[in-house]
Write a protein of this length. Sequence first.
Length: 268
Amino acid sequence: MRLLAIADLHYSLPQYDWLTTVAEEFDLVVIAGDHLDLSSMVDFRAQVVVVRKYLDRLKERVPILTCSGNHDLDSRNQAGEKVAKWMRDLGGIGVPSDGQSFTLDDTLFTICAWWDGPAEQAAIGEQLKADAARRGERWIWVYHAPPEKSPTSWGGGRSFGDAALEKWIAEFQPNIVLSGHVHQSPFIKEGSWADRIGDTWVFNAGHQFGAPPAYIILDTEHQTAAWFSGAGSQAVRLDQPLARPIEPLRALPEWLKSGNRAPGPTPA
Ligand SMILES: [Zn+2]
Ligand SMILES: [Zn+2]
């Protein structure tokens, strides 16, 4: 399986256009939250309409999974906590989102919502517990905020990570967590796009302006995660311990060159 992981597009239409052009090269695209931008001049509801249209078009090319971020919240639950209702409704166009799971080959994906309060947080705990009972060979979480005390959530002066996620990783030990949220982490001292907590890999591609966005390609057959950004590229081997500093990627690996793909798996 070859997967493209990004987050924090923040209503950047050039980045959505880029995504549309590359989507078919992957078996799956994961967008880990913050589709919209609260500071945009464009009306929030208009942003929802445009992004929904992009996602509808994208999913014709490749399966997409996406979770909400703190910029995506348009509604409230019964407890009065903010939720992204428009994203839960993406099921209507065939895009799995908050609170849902997805299976591709032997990999179970659990898609977690942004939690704004104890009710949503408890729901995520239940969701993870239920999915733990049916995890396959590989278990990947899609979760907007990276865990606390990780270079992937380092903001320069402090961590902007999620303490609840840190506990859940310790409890359930998924294979991989795909995050975003802390835009600067990969680009600053003591920050990083990759971390390993026990046996769990955590990734946050970071945010840059314009196209292409910073992104991560995860290839399970080649046991590699590669990060591409305007500040350079790096790669880690998923079947080896994480060694810092992470090696820069000086040339495109053989397995990534086009025409050198193993036949893609079919969705289960
Ligand atoms: Zn963001
Ligand atoms: Zn965010």
